[in-house]
Design a protein around this ligand. Structure first.
Ligand code: TXA
Ligand code: MG
Length: 338
């Protein structure tokens, strides 16, 4: 594994490497991705191998210009209303942390989509990601650059520690701004469905296209089939995590329950102070959801190195990026199975 920085020379080296079938970990505005040419079967196979990712979990194809959308997805077969929604969303929210699931073009290898007839497409806003995609093949398959099921990487050093030599190059451009993965939206049928809450708040999407359905809450499809990122246990640290409301965490601390080697993860400083706990990690001093999302995985990576007995984590408010934080914490806490 060779480290690169985000200068033009290095980005061209990385772009050529992707054209050549190699794997490049790179920053996006959400988390670091593990990139390979989306049309090269052997590069795709290497991505699955590097992550130990089951073949049933499809990849997101990243593009860096609007015209590339139709090389990967086939909007043409959608009914008018869905075509319009795809147009409004891509025009307004791309580039940005939103992934659209659309019917796929036949040229997209089955390996990328795990044999589904749909494909997930994302146009990231991070300037380094955009250049890398543009300097390579214009269609880069990139899951988060972590072993399957584990915490996502928000820094180059997380990728280095987690994947090491399974990756050919890592581009280090500092920490990811948003810190949780993109929102995944299924646009292949009505009603439009939210497959993964993420960096684009649901509220923003609903302002543009009206109400969307939350697959998990309605139970309209078995989780794990529609979007394997919905596996109950995912994004999980090695340390068992218990998700608590603000009241529950305060009660837990007040009752002085013998919590062997427990580490507390507070959402905000105000709760930490109210609890009287001298230590513990705080996601956002002021209780700001965007700030909390940006530090979430980094703090969990740090805690996981402490070999604590348990992590007691406080829920975020269920709005904006708070929804994605709670989703990741809930999956981080779920153990054993799907
Ligand atoms: O923010 C992100 O989206 C990051 C950065 C690197 O762009 N990428 C990322 O990729 O999170 P990954 O592979 O870790 O998550 C992709 C999610 C998975 O939950 C996968 O199941 C879902 O997208 N997905 C991919 N293709 C799909 C499809 N055709 N239908 C439904 N879900 C799909
Ligand atoms: Mg992932």
């Amino acid at each position: 594994m060779k480290k690169l920085s985000a200068n033009e020379t290095d980005l061209h080296i990385a772009g050529e490497a992707i054209k050549d079938g190699q794997l490049v970990a790179f920053p996006t505005e959400t988390v670091y991705g593990l990139g390979g040419d989306g049309f090269n079967r052997s590069a795709l196979a290497r991505i699955f191998a590097a992550k130990k990712r089951p073949r049933f979990d499809p990849l997101i194809i990243h593009i860096a210009e609007m015209d590339a959308l139709d090389r990967v997805g086939d909007r043409g077969v959608l009914p008018f209303s869905l075509r319009e929604k795809a147009a409004v969303l891509s025009r307004t929210l791309w580039p940005g942390p939103l992934t659209l699931v659309l019917p796929k073009q036949p040229e997209v290898p089955d390996l990328a989509t795990s044999g589904l007839n749909t494909v997930a497409i994302r146009f990231p806003s991070h300037p380094v990601a955009r250049k890398l995609i543009a300097y390579s093949t214009g269609a880069v398959a990139a899951p988060s650059a972590n072993p399957f099921g584990y915490l996502s990487p928000t820094r180059a050093k997380h990728v280095e520690e987690l994947l090491g030599d399974a990756v050919d190059f890592i581009i280090d451009a500092g920490p990811a701004d948003i810190g949780v993965e993109s929102t995944v939206l299924d646009l292949t049928q009505e009603p439009v469905r939210l497959l993964r809450p993420g960096g684009t708040p649901r509220e923003r999407i609903e302002e543009l296209i009206g109400r969307i359905e939350n697959v998990e809450k309605t139970g309209s499809a078995p989780a794990g089939v529609l979007s394997p990122g919905m596996l109950k246990s995912h994004y999980a640290p090695k340390t068992p995590l218990i998700l608590l409301t603000r009241d529950e965490i305060l009660r837990q601390i007040a009752s002085h329950k013998p919590a062997d080697g427990a580490v507390y993860l507070f959402f905000d400083e105000e709760t930490r102070e109210a609890s009287g706990a001298a230590d513990g990690f705080v996601l956002s001093k002021k209780g700001d959801c965007a700030e909390a999302a940006a530090s979430l995985f980094d703090v969990l990576h740090q805690i996981d190195k402490l070999s604590a007995g348990y992590i007691y984590a406080q829920e975020a408010p269920e709005r904006g990026l708070g929804t994605a934080i709670n989703d990741r914490l809930a999956r981080a806490g779920a153990r054993g199975g799907v």
